[in-house]
Write a protein that binds this ligand. Structure first.
Ligand SMILES: [Zn+2]
Length: 386
């Protein structure tokens, strides 16, 4: 079957990555029975994975992202020992890029729990927050901060068309098998001149995004700009440094629609080469885990650092994952839980008899993160880095 680019329609012929087996991982770090295959589009420089079967049912039923508690959040970064959470950072960047005021109508499209909008609503009295998602499971969270009629699930009501000053999308477009449909709807929901603001993962900064089976789209700056222009938006900004590991974009709905040209072939080639390098890294990473494991003594106990995707990847490739005695993570929401059947502990609680640590962090920052943890300063650890 020929797969076409879901942004520009060009047949996808340049395969970047193939997991080659039925072993895949989702963005929630769970194992998935299915193969991961990733292509780069020679037309618009989009990087696209073959969609999972039953993708709609997966999000409606099994996508429990942070639904356990209201306060739970992911750590964005740790600065001089102070944790900055993702929601806090997202709110800060959004307020830096868009001026919000009382009476403004804003819609978070594909919002989940929408901790970001809840925080924003608290900071901007009179801001009219609306929410939309493809599942009913987040309703109890929404009910705590918006009137019921400002929330919609599965379909947006016709009365919402042309209503909004701004539509936002935080880490949602990467999951959509038909992003063109979503953009068309978002354009319809906005007033002329309205702002579409969003965040998507940046596969060039957070390379694990390439092999996450439930992310159909890995937007590149040229492919994201193409998608926006093709749906009647003027691209104001695409930033790769406002949110680490992500692209933050700001676009304005044009008064009249204009056609969109594909990016220049030289730009497409440059993106394709960079994407091939990332794919090569992941094609080799599994066997590097295996080689390291084989270099260790047979009874050697192991610690894993990182309760996220990179840690799950390492675990999935170990021949003897039962040797991992603990998982360390700085996120206090995770400490005390179990992951892969072992406890999540704070770095300071690493047992004295463990001398080997598998570092499941983005290789771009892993050494710095580990170097900044005081608990490891006086330990002699044999570390494996991806
Ligand atoms: Zn394309």
């Amino acid at each position: 079957m020929i797969l076409n680019c879901n942004l520009c329609g060009t047949p996808l012929a340049d395969k970047l990555y193939d997991s080659g087996s039925t072993k895949s991982l989702t963005s929630l770090c769970t194992a998935h029975e299915g193969r991961t295959q990733v292509y780069v589009c020679q037309g618009c420089a989009h990087v696209q994975s073959v969609a999972m079967d039953n993708i709609d049912a997966y999000y409606d039923d099994s996508y429990d992202i942070l639904v356990d508690s209201e306060e739970e959040d992911q750590i964005y970064e740790v600065v001089s020992g102070q944790k900055v959470y993702r929601t806090e950072h997202q709110v800060r960047v959004l307020r830096d890029k868009i001026t919000l005021s009382a009476g403004m109508k804003i819609l978070d499209y594909g919002c989940a729990k929408s901790a970001t909008m809840r925080t924003l609503a608290g900071l901007t009295p009179g801001l009219e927050v609306h929410l939309f998602d493809v599942s009913d499971r987040y309703r109890p969270f929404w009910d705590k901060f918006i009137p019921q009629e400002r929330g919609a699930t599965y379909e947006t009501p016709p009365a919402w068309n042309g209503r909004f000053d701004a539509v936002t999308s935080f880490f949602s477009l990467e999951h959509m098998a038909q992003p063109q449909d979503a953009l068309r709807k978002i354009a319809t929901l906005l007033k002329p001149g309205g702002i579409f603001y969003g965040i998507v993962p940046n596969v060039f900064a957070n390379t694990a995004d390439l092999i996450v089976v439930d992310h159909v789209n890995h937007f590149t700056p040229p492919s994201l700009a193409y998608l926006l222009r093709a749906n009647g938006f003027e691209v104001v900004e695409i930033s790769d440094n406002a949110h680490r590991g992500a692209l933050v974009f700001l676009a304005r709905k044009r008064e009249t629609a204009a056609g969109a040209d594909l990016p220049a072939p030289a730009e497409v080639q440059q993106v394709a080469r960079a994407a091939h390098d990332i794919a090569h890294f992941w094609q080799m990473a599994g066997s590097r885990v295996r080689d390291f494991e084989q270099s260790l003594g047979a009874e050697e106990p192991l610690a894993l650092y990182g309760a996220g995707f990179y840690g799950a990847f390492i675990t999935s490739w170990l021949q003897q994952p039962e040797r991992v005695r603990c998982v360390m993570d700085q996120n206090p929401f995770l400490q005390g839980r179990q992951i892969h059947g072992v406890p999540v502990i704070a770095p300071a609680d690493l047992p004295a008899d463990i001398h080997v640590m598998l570092v499941g962090l983005n290789p771009a920052h892993a050494r710095q993160v580990i170097g900044d943890i005081p608990a490891f300063n006086h330990r002699s650890l044999n570390c494996f880095y991806l």
